[in-house]
Design a protein around this ligand. Structure first.
Ligand code: ZN
Length: 182
């Protein structure tokens, strides 16, 4: 399969990242696309770079309910992150998602779905390549298996400097939504 150019959305996601992480993400994408030439059944999309405080809060609230002063799990929905607003590398422009999708559209809904979590290619293509470049892969982060997530190993240094509040976007949010420093 020929190496594919990034979609506009992929370029936009990349452009929300700061150096030196951005350059390493570009290198990683090239390696992954090279590896994928051996596999016709899957392709790569690049998604979800920077997140604002509000974006992270929206994700954190998935699968949870704010009840009597604290977050509790909502059994009716799946959680997507364990990172409270302030505690995600995405909020420091130092994380991105490299998503493996099936080349063939789903017969029922016509969508190009994510490759299943248990497919070993998440580890051998995204995970191992990320580690080669000194990056952290979301499949190795304890708590929530996040196969597409890749982050800068040093993002917490910046987070500490910014008191775990994310890169400021000029908006303010209630303190209870910010969690406590870890
Ligand atoms: Zn992520």
């Amino acid at each position: 399969m020929p190496r594919e150019a990034l979609s506009l959305a992929g370029e936009q996601a990349l452009n929300t990242l700061d150096e030196p992480f951005r350059s390493r993400a570009v290198q990683l994408i090239a390696l992954v696309q090279h590896d994928l030439e051996n596999w016709g059944d899957v392709y790569l999309t690049v998604e979800d770079g920077r997140r604002s405080f509000a974006d992270q809060l929206k994700d954190y609230a998935k699968g949870r309910i704010w009840k009597e002063g604290k977050w509790v799990l909502n059994p009716a929905a799946k959680i997507v992150t364990n990172a409270l607003p302030g505690f995600s590398a995405h909020q420091y422009n130092r994380a991105i998602h490299l998503v493996l999708r099936y080349s063939a559209p789903d017969k029922k809904d016509g969508m190009h779905h994510w490759v299943k979590d248990e497919d070993p290619r998440w580890r051998t293509i995204i995970g191992d390549r990320a580690k080669q470049l000194g990056l952290v892969w979301g499949g190795d982060i304890s708590g929530l298996y996040d196969a597409s997530h890749v982050e800068d190993p040093n993002w917490k240094d910046l987070a500490k400097m910014l008191a775990w509040k994310g890169i400021p976007d000029g908006k303010s949010y209630p303190l209870w939504k910010q969690g406590d420093p870890v």
